[in-house]
Design a protein around this ligand. Structure first.
Ligand code: FCB
Length: 449
């Protein structure tokens, strides 16, 4: 009898649905599922921008690729909005291109303004709410000619641009990001010299960061006074990483990892809370400056999370080395896939800024075969859920990205899209993980084993 029971039971097990053993993680009601893009990476023909000019430099972009038509989103807004609808997202984070709406100083391109107005209409017709980024890495070339971030009138010019957007394009949008990844823009442009304006001048980097914060203040105040939405919120999208010592027994590695965490992750991000930018990296940069009006100008904490770095100081080369352990799982760009880091970062944000709402403004994976994206989503969304249950006030998750696009210095090879783009005919095809993400967004929950 016992034997018969065992046979019956073992026959039954494979017939049971997976979900019989699965745990369901449900997200808070009204959680915003979202996808993110940036204008220069998807629209195409950003001819009056600094990146367009920069891409012409030999070696600036892998294989000397150029953004060109990119994913031709400029001509495919309707089609791409329907792709978003299929993903069941209720929110779309995208950027307005300053170089397109103001190609020359003071000359506004009405057709481009209409284009963005229509884009917002098209999104709303499908029940998708825009989240707007004002600056995602690119500047108009005329701003560069004046001195980019160091031009004394930069904050004023940025304010005028904001005014145009907030009054004519998006008068009733709730969530605004003034600057995407301030540390990446300024580090890339002024210290590493791998992005426009291609400088290696850490003093200028300090001035540029200050100018960015001043521009943010102007833009923040303007959006709050001009916007018709009562609940309008303005913030940044900060790029946060986990830094760990390569050798756990090496005090220098520990010290460097913690210094980098402080300088890269928190110095700029904390400035809008205190009103003062305090950024210090030995032998590299030292800024300590009060910024008028800055205190209290970060309504939410926007976070882009991708990976972790192991940090080591090599005595033989006498330089800092960033690495990924050989056994680590990595994406196509060799960035470590580290979901635990997402949890740690979200926890740390809520520890430092307990009353602040958190928006995940980017998280995603370069994976051309779509081999890991589903697992990436499951592990990262579980990590986020864990942080939420422990009190992190995360209200939105924007997956990077809706579709394959021009990945800056890396060109078109990295595939971050939930939709694959065939760049020969611009055909979009959903990857398997797109279907998975759409189910999660629809159910507002996730099944884990
Ligand atoms: C982020 C950028 C975004 C995209 C992703 C992969 O740092 O904000 O534009 O390139 O990385």
């Amino acid at each position: 009898m016992k034997f018969l029971f065992l046979i019956l039971f073992s026959l039954l097990i494979p017939a049971l649905p997976n979900s019989a053993f699965a745990k369901v993680l449900t997200f808070p009601a009204n959680f915003k599922w979202c996808v993110a893009t940036a204008a220069h990476q998807i629209e195409g023909d950003n001819i009056n921008s600094d990146w367009w000019a920069f891409e012409k430099n030999p070696g600036a972009i892998k294989n000397n690729e150029k953004s060109g038509k990119a994913s031709d989103h400029w001509n495919r807004v309707e089609e791409d909005t329907l792709l978003m609808k299929d993903l069941n997202v209720k929110s779309y984070r995208f950027s307005i291109e300053w170089a397109k709406i103001e190609p020359l100083e003071g000359q506004w391109n009405q057709a481009a303004i209409e284009h963005y107005k229509n884009e917002i209409k098209t999104l709303r017709a499908q029940g998708i709410e825009p989240m707007i980024t004002l600056h995602h890495f690119t500047l108009p070339t005329w701003v560069v000619a004046k001195g980019s971030w160091e031009w004394t009138e930069f904050p004023k010019a940025f304010k005028k641009y904001t005014e145009k957007v907030v009054t004519e394009i998006a008068p009733d949008v709730q969530d605004w990001i003034t600057f995407n990844e301030p540390m990446v823009v300024i580090f890339g442009g002024y210290i590493a010299g791998v992005m426009p304006p291609r400088r290696n001048d850490s003093k200028a980097a300090g001035r540029a960061l200050t100018a960015m914060l001043q521009a943010h203040v102007q833009s923040y105040n303007l959006i709050h006074t001009q916007n018709k939405k009562t609940m309008v919120r303005v913030g940044f999208a900060h790029h946060l990483r986990v830094f760990e010592p390569t050798q756990w027994f090496n005090p220098v590695d520990w010290l460097l990892a913690s210094q980098l965490d402080k300088a890269w992750n928190w110095a700029f991000a904390t400035a809008p809370e205190t009103g003062r930018l305090q950024l210090y990296v030995p032998f590299l940069i030292s800024v300590d400056q009060d910024i008028e009006g800055l205190k209290g100008t970060q309504d939410f904490f926007g976070v882009n999370y991708y990976t972790r770095d192991h940090i080591h100081f090599s005595l033989t080369k006498f330089e800092l080395e960033r690495s990924v352990p050989a056994e680590a799982q990595v994406n196509d760009l060799k960035w470590e896939i580290y979901p635990e880091g997402f949890y740690l970062i979200l926890k740390e944000i809520s520890k430092r800024f307990p009353s602040k709402d958190i928006l995940v403004t980017e998280n995603g994976i370069a994976d051309h075969r779509d081999a890991f994206r589903k697992v990436f989503l499951t592990s990262h969304l579980s990590a986020m859920h864990r942080a939420i249950t422990e009190g992190a006030r995360v209200q939105a998750y924007c997956h990077w990205s809706l579709l394959d696009n021009f990945e800056w210095n890396e060109g078109f090879a990295p595939r971050f899209g939930l939709y694959e783009v065939n760049y020969t005919n611009q055909k979009r095809t959903p990857r398997g993980s797109a279907l998975y993400f759409s189910e999660v967004a629809k159910k507002n929950s996730l099944e884990v084993e």
